[in-house]
Ligand binder design. Structure first.
Ligand SMILES: Cc1cc2nc3c(=O)[nH]c(=O)nc-3n(C[C@H](O)[C@H](O)[C@H](O)COP(=O)(O)O)c2cc1C
Length: 172
């Protein structure tokens, strides 16, 4: 898994090859094994393979276009009524587990943020509502992000860890 953390890189070009069900299952189980505040486990994950839906999700903003050509898109959500304080942290932890498990299986992923202020600082709530509408997600469920998933076309190039001056020992 440590190797998988190092080799994970955002993948935005996918081969035309489906993701095996057992790999998908392993990725989803890794997500649902994440730490979660007070053990509330507020997560919901929508697995999308339908081409029309992926094409629509690809329109959520200008940095999501590759969803149209990734065999799977995962929508990482949480029931915020069950966990109003920590649903973001809980869902990020689940999502990151999924990325690492996918990398370990030789699959490629890309985190696609859709919340307020991300990317161009554009309207977040509209993006969340857009994903809710496409996937019939109930109104009380928050959508954190989408993740594209598939076999990478070409070899992903991981970035080196850093910046190392982000590390402060004992004091800042
Ligand atoms: C919160 C968050 C939102 C992101 N949103 C997008 C996105 O909308 N589209 C995209 O192509 N990449 C997105 N990324 C991926 C980042 O661009 C990528 O992680 C970063 O450039 C570092 O590259 P690496 O993942 O290959 O290490 C996002 C990553 C995070 C953590």
């Amino acid at each position: 898994m440590v190797e998988a953390i190092r080799k994970r890189a955002s993948v935005r070009r996918y081969a035309n090859e489906p993701v095996a069900e057992e790999d998908l299952q392993a990725i989803l189980e890794a997500a649902l094994s994440a730490p979660t505040a007070n053990n509330v486990r507020p997560w919901h994950i929508v697995v999308v393979t339908d081409e029309d839906k992926r094409k629509r999700l690809a329109q959520v903003h200008q940095w999501a276009s590759f969803c149209a050509a990734s065999p799977v898109v995962l929508a990482f959500c949480a029931d915020a009524t069950r966990q109003p304080h920590w649903w973001v942290e809980d869902t990020c932890a689940a999502l990151e587990n999924a990325l690492i498990q996918a990398a370990e299986l030789g699959l490629g992923t890309c985190w696609i943020g859709i919340r307020a202020g991300e990317g161009d600082g554009g309207p977040g709530p509209e993006r969340e509502d857009f994903v809710r509408e496409v996937l019939s997600i109930p109104g009380h469920v928050r959508v954190l992000a989408l993740v594209s998933l598939g076999h990478p076309e070409g070899e992903p190039t991981p970035k080196p860890a850093g910046p190392m001056d982000a590390i402060h020992r004992e004091t800042w």
